[in-house]
Design a protein around this ligand. Sequence first.
Ligand SMILES: Cc1cc2nc3c(=O)[nH]c(=O)nc-3n(C[C@H](O)[C@H](O)[C@H](O)COP(=O)(O)OP(=O)(O)OC[C@H]3O[C@@H](n4cnc5c(N)ncnc54)[C@H](O)[C@@H]3O)c2cc1C
Length: 328
Amino acid sequence: MAIPTNGDSMPRLSDLIAVMEGLGYGTDDQGLLFSLNAHLWRTMVPLVLYGTPEQRERYPPGLADGTLIGANASTEPEAGSDIYAMKTSARPAEGGYFLNGTKTYITSAPVADLMVVYATLDEKAGPLGITAFLVEADTPGVQGSSAFDKMGLRTAAMGLIDLRGCWVADSAVLGRPGRGSQVFESAMEYERGSILAACLGVMRRQVEKAVDHARRRQQFGQPIGKFQAVSHRIADMKVRLDAARALVQRIGELKDQGESATLEAAVAKLFVSEAYVQSSLDAVRLQGAKGYLSENPESWQLRDAIGSLLYSGTSDIQHNIIARELGL
Ligand SMILES: Cc1cc2nc3c(=O)[nH]c(=O)nc-3n(C[C@H](O)[C@H](O)[C@H](O)COP(=O)(O)OP(=O)(O)OC[C@H]3O[C@@H](n4cnc5c(N)ncnc54)[C@H](O)[C@@H]3O)c2cc1C
């Protein structure tokens, strides 16, 4: 499908959100879609927004046709929520920079070809020292780990990246030196608002399956859907789905009109992730013991959903952003 653009070579976000919901509805492999999110929002979007003509010519075609896998390397062992406390350093050298540091919990790190790596020119400068770099995975001094074993999103390979005396040319800077926080924040706004679009598809499937199961499963001589405790639980899943979709679609509408969506993206991320976990838990409850078996999707949907409370800023951090945007 050809996705229309907003006139500035950026596809319409509303269309991307709709596509992601459709993919989420159509597959049980949320790990694959999660990797696609990291690739799209945190590699492709910053390139489209901040790339030089050379960078935009070199990388997006491969990222679009799948010959290149993208990753975003910002989190460090000692800098998670407090991301601007990062220690990975960028030391100017002849014609470029030496990068040194460790990035962790990086989605697709074990398989990535291209990474957007954030490093600081001056640790004491906080956000003002941060610079974004495009680092190819086979650059000397880049060492990846094998994939971490994690509770959910198991097909999304997550790992660590060590940078030791990794030299990159000036042309690898994405955006401007010392302005990496701008690249980071604008990509985050897209990601926060849209990363859960695929989850809408899962929530939609959960409602459909719950209704079907509640009609067919008989206990005490009647379908369990006749018990109000069960039917109301499914009604709540439907309410969460519709509210979540409206919040995610609002991000698409705002960004397509060229508007800022800092507050709205944090509201969407917070509400949708919490709703996703709650509905996934309800989906397990509705199936009874069957939903607890590893072979059934309800069990892995719940494990996948829990990650959403953490990535792209935890729920606590979304609360902080919302409070800050309200002037508190
Ligand atoms: C599935 C998954 C994929 C990920 N993919 C990537 C990736 O591709 N690239 C990448 O760079 N990172 C990635 N991450 C890392 C993610 O960005 C961090 O996990 C996240 O920022 C939280 O940091 P942390 O895990 O160090 O937790 P911490 O920051 O140590 O937080 C621990 C607890 O303290 C709370 N807390 C911390 N600060 C505050 C505060 N100011 N106010 C209130 N509560 C607070 C948090 O909410 C949390 O409950 C991924 C994480 C997950 C789970």
